[in-house]
Design a protein around this ligand. Structure first.
Ligand code: NAD
Length: 503
């Protein structure tokens, strides 16, 4: 696989010396073998890169937004042209099955398209004023250097959500990808450089990458020149960075963990629900932030649904994600596997009946971690169920009333994604109402995962409160100014205040 990786990186424009020497060994979760070695940035390089980004910002903020959109359009073209190779690299480095690797790159292309349109739509309001001969409006301006920290499981799409919006909004960017997936980051950066060369006069340092671990992430968190930090990863990471950003009043977009539930009502269309649940709970080997982890089922539908899910779980093909027949690839590494085993043991101790969950293909791939997804019949929402374990484990619980089901949905610390399966309008509406699901995503008759880029993506509570991608998320990347213009020739003060000075 090292040879294929080298060939892909070469084709994507990464110089070979960047991926053959260095202290950071990159492994493929498919076999556990080392496929490349990259050099980590140090704090000097981080400082220099941020300084270049700041200089770039001072130029970029004055480039008209539709022209900035042209850069993103070119980036989208580069992504289209390189889609197959970049997706294959995602499969090799993150272990996603082929269609999910392709889907990840498609998401990058989609957000570029969205941002190109947005570059002609960065609009403010004109607001009625109380003063005669005045006009009040708001304008939106570029903010500064944006830092982006990303997780291993969406190694490039999450960066794209940020870069596409940040660039059209007039910011520069510094990206710290996951230390588990530096290769796709370097390959993506090579595409940024191709787009920059075609664009012509993009400032040096406009969008750069810093490969490294937590220390490089911390360098972005601490640097006052980083005006906005978008950080995607575990809640533990968010808890570490949020107070440090708050201390220097930096803006943040925090996209953290999830412990997502689906409610299946007695009226639910079960054929559709089974297919939706299977993808949401088992897809990406349970390593999506939006993975379905808790299933809350009406007692009348419980036995039938559990039986049908058992059949689906027993038949789902697990294996090498490069093989078109596999639907479940490997876990990212040994620590993910240990966390899964520990959660299964804890669930058994709490009275859960575990179906599946065992390691497979260990003889063929002793250094890789393939598991059968686990389905657990749980007597209650115990401590282990209330935690996010980043692995394919689905806890199934019973409910009687919708109030009880919504309370279970909301009882956990996270608030990312949720769904209800029902044929009843009243149940669907209640779930989406103020006293319904408390999550950032609340779906009806589809699973909680697999969001489109047109909507705002993110969640509440321990998920961090950030929103990315579509809708009006661009506003987080800009500073808002309120402008009052007086064309009356007089000086009426607001709120009727008199300040008559003989001058
Ligand atoms: P992680 O928290 O281990 O690492 C994420 C990134 O944060 C990495 O780049 C890492 O180097 C960096 N980092 C870690 N500690 C840091 C610190 N103290 N300061 C600065 N940077 C630091 O997460 P992971 O294992 O890569 O990803 C899985 C987690 O990410 C899951 O919890 C998942 O739910 C979450 N996730 C959330 C979203 C979302 O949009 N809400 C999307 C994808 C993944």
């Amino acid at each position: 696989m090292a040879a294929e990786t080298a060939a892909l990186l070469h084709k994507l424009g990464v110089e070979s010396h960047r991926v053959t020497r260095g202290s950071l060994a990159t492994r493929s979760p498919i076999t556990g073998e080392i496929i490349a070695r990259v050099e980590s940035a140090d704090s000097n390089i981080a400082q220099q890169t941020i300084a270049r980004a700041e200089d770039a910002f001072h130029i970029w903020r004055n480039v008209p937004a539709p022209r900035r959109g042209e850069f993103v359009r070119l980036l989208g073209e580069e992504l289209r042209a390189a889609k197959a190779e970049l997706a294959r690299l995602v499969t090799i480095e993150a272990g996603k099955i082929t269609t999910e690797g392709l889907g990840e790159i498609q998401e990058m292309i989609d957000i570029c398209d969205f941002a190109v349109g947005l570059s002609r739509q960065l609009h403010g309001l004109t607001i009625a004023t109380e003063r005669r001969g005045h006009r009040m409006m708001e304008t939106w301006h570029p903010l500064g250097v944006a830092g982006v920290i990303t997780s291993f499981n969406f190694p490039v799409a999450v960066w794209a959500w940020n870069v596409a919006l940040a660039l059209v909004c007039g910011n520069s960017l510094v990206w710290k990808p996951s230390e588990k997936t530096p290769l796709v980051a370097l390959a993506t950066q090579a595409l940024v450089e191709r787009a920059a060369a075609r664009f012509g006069d993009a400032p040096d340092g406009l969008s750069t990458v810093l490969v490294g671990g937590r220390d490089i992430g911390e360098a972005l968190v601490e640097d006052a020149r980083i005006r906005l930090l978008s950080a995607t990863g575990s809640t533990a990471m968010g808890r570490a960075v949020a107070p440090r950003l708050a201390r220097r009043f930096a803006r943040s977009i925090l996209e953290l963990g999830g412990n997502n539930a689906a409610i299946v009502c007695a009226s639910a269309p079960l054929d559709l629900a089974v297919r939706a649940i299977a993808f949401a709970a088992m897809g990406t080997a349970g390593q999506r932030c939006t993975t379905l982890r808790r299933l809350i089922v009406h007692e009348d539908a419980y036995d039938e649904l559990l039986n049908r899910l058992r059949r689906a779980y027993a038949s789902v093909p697990v294996g090498d994600p490069r093989d078109g027949a596999s639907l479940i690839g490997p876990l990212i590494d040994a620590s993910a596997y240990s966390a899964m085993r520990a959660a299964l043991d804890e669930a058994r101790d709490a009275g859960g009946v575990v179906f599946g969950g065992e390691r497979v293909l260990a003889d063929e791939y002793p250094e890789a971690y393939y598991v059968r997804p686990a389905l657990i019949d749980m007597p209650a929402q115990t401590e282990v169920v209330r935690r996010e374990t980043f692995a394919p484990i689905l806890y199934v619980m019973k409910f009687r009333s919708l109030d009880e089901a919504i309370a279970l949905n909301n009882e956990v610390a996270h608030g990312l994604a949720s769904s209800i399966f029902t044929a009843r309008l009243d149940e669907a509406e209640r779930f989406m109402a103020a006293d319904g699901s408390d999550c950032g995503i609340a779906n009806v008759n589809i699973g909680p995962s697999g969001a489109e880029i047109g909507g705002a993506f993110g969640g509440e509570k321990d998920t961090g409160g950030g929103r990315e991608a579509g809708s009006d998320c661009w506003k987080a990347y800009m500073r808002r100014a309120t402008n009052t213009i007086n064309y009356s020739g007089e000086l009426p003060l607001a709120q009727g205040v008199k300040f008559d000075l003989d001058a």
